[in-house]
Ligand binder design. Structure first.
Ligand SMILES: [Zn+2]
Length: 438
């Protein structure tokens, strides 16, 4: 049939074009990186004087410089004066938020006054900021009223239109009536909500299906919302979804082979998140010993986002100010408890909740302050999230077979973790995005 003939001719043509475009100088696609020190993201020991061979977008070999054969015609990148690591992973970002100053309208203005194109333009800057700081992968945990914009940004990055990290996106996120801003407006006025609002397990499952259908890699659920300090001085958090509702979402997501991230501070909502089978607890401000034991038993991930709770405290004499101080006060001990018990911890920052002009890597310092070793902190941003994202061996490691996502710092982050705020070299997918060393 003529139509078939046409199709097969077209296929042959496309293949021929593809091979002439890529195939030409095979050797030119090979890059050799000389690493003075290598922290591979997985092993606990660092190695000196290594040679990493990259072909196309993959690492093909890693070995001692003394024994290494440099392929002929390879491009050489000399990082022998630097510490080389896998590209970093931030497991909790918001590219559609910009750390809005309350004096400039705060969170609400984003939803009320800024159109989606304006917000997408700013998200384009945000993903570039992540990449230039060495974060070659992010799990972006909701668009805050910008619908499925995260899927669009991810597609634009993958198609090469804009620079940015590998993205795992959750789209709109899910909460309940009374469980998410915008709020505080006259009841007669319909205002948009920053998350998809559901009531009842049927709506909950339907929202998960819609989001998965439109490209969500993960589902994000708010299991607690407001928090305050009660008369006895305890932090209390309003629970949102019921156990039936969260179970419907988790069941649906797991059926699609996807996971569920649950924003949960403490108390009833956190307990429902764990009983409902959440895959990761976001923030987890106040984890009890029983919570921690359940997380270990169920293999639940913990993404603490410590630093953001030290920003912008309200005045000490106000209820909000007391809450802000209490949140930070219980968070550190929770982190220690989880760490000591062996809960699987991933690095996450909530950047977007604070400005993208702040260094994302400041979170490492807090993790170390609360008892994590610098090497474990680096692994919480490399091989650990790779495991959580079902990308072990692909990202978060400098090893043969992995994507060539490689970063480097001048200073030694094992001695001074602030070195990670000064990433000077960034390669993603085999392409050098930034090189301040040459
Ligand atoms: Zn967040």
């Amino acid at each position: 049939m003529p139509r078939q003939t046409f199709v097969s001719t077209a296929v042959v043509l496309v293949l021929a074009l593809a091979s002439s475009a890529q195939g030409a100088p095979e050797a030119a696609a090979v890059t050799v990186i000389r690493a003075g020190t290598l922290i591979d993201g997985k092993s606990s020991a660092q190695r000196r004087d290594q040679v990493i061979v990259v072909s196309g977008n993959r690492i093909v070999s890693v070995g001692d410089a003394a024994a290494a054969k440099v392929p002929e015609g390879a491009k050489i990148i000399d990082l022998s004066g630097a510490v080389v690591m896998p590209g970093l992973v931030d497991s909790h970002t918001h590219i559609f938020l910009q750390g809005e100053d309350p004096a400039e309208g705060g969170y609400d203005i984003q939803l009320l006054k800024y159109g989606i194109a304006f917000r997408a333009a700013r998200a384009t800057v945000a993903v570039r900021r992540a990449l230039e700081q060495g974060f070659t992968t992010i799990r972006d945990v909701e668009t805050e009223g910008a619908g499925y914009g995260d899927v669009g940004i991810k597609e634009a990055i993958e198609a090469g239109y804009i620079p940015g990290p590998r993205m795992f996106v959750v789209t709109r996120a899910i909460s309940t009536t009374g469980g998410y801003p915008l709020e505080g407006y006259a009841p007669e006025v319909d205002v948009p909500k920053g998350a998809q609002i559901v009531d009842g397990p049927v709506e909950a499952r339907k929202a998960a299906r819609e989001q998965l259908d439109h490209g969500a890699d993960w589902i994000k659920v708010y299991m607690t919302h407001r928090s305050w300090v009660d008369g006895k001085g305890n932090l209390v958090s309003q629970p949102t979804l019921t156990l039936d509702e969260i179970r419907a979402i988790v069941d649906e997501a797991h059926g699609w082979g996807k996971k569920v991230a649950c924003h949960a501070y403490n108390g009833v909502g956190l307990q429902r998140a764990l009983d409902g089978g959440c895959d990761s607890i976001e923030h987890g401000l106040e984890l009890t010993d029983a919570n921690v034991a359940q997380m270990i038993k169920q293999g639940t991930w913990y993404c603490p986002t410590l630093s953001v709770y030290y920003d912008h405290w309200a005045a000490e004499s106000t209820p909000d100010g007391q809450r802000d101080r209490k949140r930070a006060a219980v968070h550190g001990p929770s982190f220690r408890r989880a760490l000591q018990a062996g809960v699987k911890i991933v690095f996450g920052t909530d950047v977007g909740g604070f400005s993208w002009t702040e260094p994302i890597a400041r979170e490492f310092g807090r993790m170390i302050e609360f008892g994590m070793s610098p090497m474990a902190a680096i692994q919480s941003a490399t091989s650990k999230p790779a495991e959580m994202l079902d990308m072990s061996g692909q990202i978060g490691v400098v090893a043969p077979g992995a994507f060539a996502d490689i970063v480097a710092t001048r200073g030694d982050p094992l001695r001074d973790v602030q070195a990670l705020e000064q990433v000077g070299f960034v390669m993603k997918d085999g392409k050098v995005f930034r090189d301040a060393f040459h």
